[in-house]
Design a protein around this ligand. Structure first.
Ligand code: UDP
Length: 247
């Protein structure tokens, strides 16, 4: 079956890109120079968007929506428009850091708890020699704090901005500040900085390969169960959509 360039899952556009293509698109954004919003869509995003039309609009207007998570791969297959690859937030951040070290792109890390972005910066710089983290700032996703963060970021002349305020706050933050951010790639990265800083542990490779990373996360952060209830509801909505399609 020919792959579609974009897949629509419960009304949200997901771009059907591999890691390589995602990186190539972001390099085009950097060459273009204008600010772009990049997101990593997972089933929780799509469920949030079902009850938050503003978030749905932000996602559908984003310049690139990466398919993050096994749940999306399953849903896309169910809906007859398979995704080629799962592109996770943490892995794309690592690939971006590697690319930035090679090309000399400057990266700014915004968000996460106090000290986490700075720890993630040190880890990335030691893992990818030559990488320049242009700045880090925990800040806050609250509107009155925007000016201060934007001013700090503007001064650094960064090429990439990674925002860790969790969805939908990080996407809303980028969306409302995009016109005054002279940063070509602005991406919401969720818990990626926590993983890179070693604050949360990633599942072993074999668990990831089985598509069970969510189960590992639940075991280590049991308070997530309430949020994860979105997953079975997501599955039900996808199955309902599929039976509608086939009717
Ligand atoms: N976060 C923050 N300020 C807030 C809310 C969240 O800095 O007001 C950070 C939090 O510390 C974490 C990230 O946002 O680093 C998002 O974490 P979460 O695990 O919710 O993201 P996920 O990967 O599940 O989307």
């Amino acid at each position: 079956m020919a792959h579609k360039a974009q897949v629509r899952i419960l009304g949200i556009r997901v771009d059907n890109v591999t890691y390589g293509e995602a990186l190539a698109r972001m390099e085009e954004f950097i060459a273009d120079g204008r600010p772009h919003l990049v997101t990593t869509v997972n089933p929780e995003f799509i469920m949030t968007a079902q009850r938050d039309p503003r978030f749905a609009k932000i996602l559908n207007e984003a310049h690139l929506n990466l398919p993050d998570g096994q749940g999306l791969v399953w849903a896309a297959r169910m809906l007859g428009a398979p995704l080629r690859e799962r592109v996770t937030g943490v892995d794309i951040v690592l690939r971006l850091a590697e690319l930035s070290a090679e090309r000399g792109y400057r990266v700014y890390l915004l968000g996460a708890a106090e000290g986490v972005a700075a720890a993630a910066a040190r880890e990335l710089e030691s893992r990818f020699p030559g990488l320049e983290i242009a700045g880090t700032f925990a800040g806050s996703p609250a509107l009155p704090e925007d000016d201060q963060a934007v001013e700090r970021i503007r001064r650094t002349r960064s090429d990439l901005l990674l925002v860790a305020y969790g969805a939908p706050h990080q996407e809303a933050w980028i969306h409302r500040n995009l016109v005054r951010l002279p940063v070509p790639v602005c991406m919401g990265v969720g818990g990626a900085l926590d993983f890179i800083a070693g604050k949360t542990k990633r599942a072993p490779r074999w668990v990831q390969r089985l598509g069970l990373e969510w189960l590992h996360r639940l075991a280590h952060e049991p308070w997530r169960w309430r949020r994860m209830m979105a997953l079975p509801r997501f599955a039900l909505l996808v199955l309902r959509d599929r039976s509608r399609q086939n009717a």
